[in-house]
Design a protein around this ligand. Sequence first.
Ligand code: 5RP
Length: 220
Amino acid sequence: MMTQDELKRAVAQAAIAYIPVGSMVGVGTGSTANFFIDELAKIKNKIQGAVASSEVSAKRLQEHGIEVMSLNEAGNLPVYVDGADEITRHLHMIKGGGGALTREKIVAAASAKFICLCDASKLVDVLGTFPLPIEVLPMARSYVARQMVALGGQPKLREGFITDNGNIILDVLGLQILNPVELETKLNNIAGVVTNGLFAQRGADVLLLGTKDGVKILTP
Ligand code: 5RP
C-alpha cells in the first residue's frame, strides 16, 4: 500500500514529462507542489527558471538553485504545475488550503496549460466538503462574512494567518457548489473579495492522479 506522500511523489515525477526543454515553469504551492519542486531540481539545467505562486515556493526553488523570476519579467508561461484541495472529473478545483490562491490564480491565468497533481483522495463528485478559501481585504472581513452567510455558507476566519498580499482568509463551509463556474463569478463580484478558491472558469487541463494502481491521466 503506497502512502499519501508516495502518491504525491509519483505524480510529481510524472509531471516532469510535461515540462518543455528551456522553458520558464509556473510552480504552485503546498506539499504536492513541494515534491514537484524537488523533481524539477533534478532537471534544473534543462529549464530557464520558475515563476512561483508564493514566497514559500520561491524560497524552496532558490534553495535548489533554480532561478526564480517575477511573472512580470517572465511574461506568459507554457505550463503551470500545482496541487488542489478538491478536484472534479471536469477538472474544476477548490484551492487555497495553503492560502496562496490569489497568486496561484494569476500564474495559472498566465499559463497555457495547467497540470494538476493530486493523490486519489482529492477527487470528488461535488466540490465543497473542503471549506472554500476566500482572500479578503482586512477592512471587508465582516461584510464579506455576512454575504457568505446570506449565500448559506458558514465563514470562519483563518486565525493567525495573513496572505503574501497582506490580506485575510475566510474559510467557508456548507456552500452547495453544484455550479462552480457560476459561483466563482458571483463570489468575485462581492466588494472586498480579492480572490475565491474556486478554479473553474480556468480549471486544470490535465490531472495527474496518484492511485494505488499508478498515475492516471485525466482531461476534462
Ligand atoms: C495552496 C493550494 C494547494 O495546491 C492545496 O492546498 C493542496 O495542497 P497539498 O498539496 O499540500 O495538499 O491551493 O494554496
